[in-house]
Design a protein around this ligand. Structure first.
Ligand code: HEM
Length: 424
């Protein structure tokens, strides 16, 4: 019999379960619906301990990301075009150290390091798309487009191809962690194969003719003592980076807006004093923790907070539960943008070399988007057709859909021309 945690109702709203588990058994052995033994880790101290003890706990969990929902046909399709996956997220040292050093270096240079003005233009352009109407499909017209367009630009895709990143991202998410139909998984796998070909072509083109974009940076990055990346590795890292931050940034925007609308006093305080934005963003990340958990695997027999774990034990680090641990946060179940230590959340993982690579970029996007939304979209309300309940998902904390209404306002006439145009 599987643990109550895996019931749809608990998966969509797990916080009561976590509060009890954290107190009784912060490292709890459970059995999931397909009979796998999984240790659910809910306290901030245990989550931090596992992330830190990389000699005891491995990140080689790519098999778990796909487990339970991949049909044999899907595997066959994916084999048509190989390109490594999870070179960062689900790899251990020494490979992880090598890849991460290079991606960090590639991210720290050129365009990526100086994205703020472009993000501002894009946010204004997206708001221009609906501001005169007085209502929008916030999910599709804003929250999905902001992170995908920004990462498409960073990678160096031409403007007409920006929309592809959303498709790639949806395809990956469709295969990871959710139970899709066979047809939807086959369609997702076919799209992933197409994407791998697109990325391989792009890497070859940048090898011949470098530009100021992430793919070129990855090809030419030179970290002392580290072997340069092969084209296949560059492609895999570009793909991983392009999908890693989309769903998460989108969901922070959507559920963050819902929380602000549900807390009108806090929203007004933020409108009156935009210098509160930084802390409000941290509280949105803490409260929602959109990448709600991640796997680790015990490398050998070991113990965690007094619990014996056999070699191969599968752990689910609950970043969402750690972000609401009363040992760190007062009244953790309360959304409060004035919270002094909101930034001690685990939304980007626990302190470790695997902690989110894109956290600076995500923070930049959210910190630029929020005050622009609040200053241009006045009197903002949740509109009909929204689904603000959370979906029952294991690794993501995701609401269904958000439509907004607001007072119509003027366009400002912004358009992000993007890298390719800018260099012509
Ligand atoms: C609000 C937005 C975001 C959230 C909440 C988030 C959250 C996370 C979390 C929880 C992890 C796993 C850490 C671990 O288990 O140790 C992670 C890893 C990662 N994230 Fe993010 N992320 C966000 C945005 C981004 C963006 C914008 C990018 C890319 C530009 C990105 C790229 C990555 C990569 C490449 C990894 C793997 C890092 C590694 O294992 O070395 N993320 N992120």
């Amino acid at each position: 019999m599987h643990d109550a945690f895996y019931e749809a109702e608990t998966l969509s709203d797990p916080f009561e379960y976590f509060a009890k588990a954290r107190e009784e058994e912060p490292v709890r052995r459970t059995v999931d619906p397909v009979g796998r033994e999984i240790y659910i880790v809910t306290s901030a101290s245990a989550v931090s301990d596992v992330a830190r003890r990389m000699d005891d706990f491995s990140s080689q969990f790519s098999h778990l990301l796909m487990a339970g929902n991949a049909h044999p046909e899907v595997e066959e399709i994916l084999k048509q075009e190989e390109l490594g996956t999870g070179l960062l997220l689900s790899t251990d040292d020494p490979d992880h150290k090598r890849f991460r050093a290079q991606v960090n270096a590639a991210f720290a240079t050129g365009r990526v390091a100086n994205m703020a003005p472009d993000i501002e233009v894009l946010v204004d352009e997206l708001i221009d798309g609906f501001i005169e109407k007085g209502h929008c499909n916030f999910t599709d017209e804003f929250a999905v487009l902001l992170p995908t367009y920004i990462i498409a630009d960073i990678l160096g895709l031409p403007r007409e191809d920006y929309g592809r990143v959303k498709e790639w991202s949806d395809a990956i998410i469709g295969l990871v962690g959710r139970m899709g139909t066979k047809e939807s998984e086959i369609a997702a796998a076919e799209l992933i194969v197409k994407t791998r070909r697109y990325i391989k072509d792009m890497v070859a083109a940048r090898r011949r003719e470098p530009r100021d974009d992430l793919v070129s940076n990855l090809i030419h990055v030179d970290v002392e003592g580290v072997t340069p990346l092969t084209d296949l590795e560059v492609g895999a890292l570009a793909f991983e980076t392009s999908v890693a931050g989309n769903e998460t940034t989108r969901n922070t925007l959507m559920s963050g807006m819902v929380q602000l609308i549900r807390h009108p006093d806090q929203m007004q305080a933020l409108i009156d004093d935009p210098s509160l934005t930084g802390n409000a963003v941290e509280e949105m990340l803490r409260y929602e923790t959109p990448a709600s958990s991640m796997w680790r695997i015990a490398r050998h027999d070991t113990t965690l907070e007094g619990v014996d774990l056999p070699a191969g034990a599968v752990l689910l680090l609950r970043y969402d539960a750690a972000s609401r641990d009363p040992a760190i946060f007062q009244n953790p179940e309360e959304f409060n943008i004035f919270r002094k230590n909101a930034n001690r959340h685990f939304a980007f993982g626990a302190p470790s070399p695997h902690r989110c690579l894109g956290q600076m970029l995500a923070r930049k996007e959210l910190n630029i988007a929020l005050p622009k939304i609040l200053s241009r979209m006045k009197n903002i309300r949740i509109a009909e057709g929204s689904q603000t309940d959370y979906m029952p998902a294991l690794l993501f904390h995701v609401i269904g859909h958000l439509n907004l209404e607001f007072d119509p306002g003027p366009k400002v006439g912004a358009r992000l021309e993007g890298l390719v145009k800018a260099r012509k």
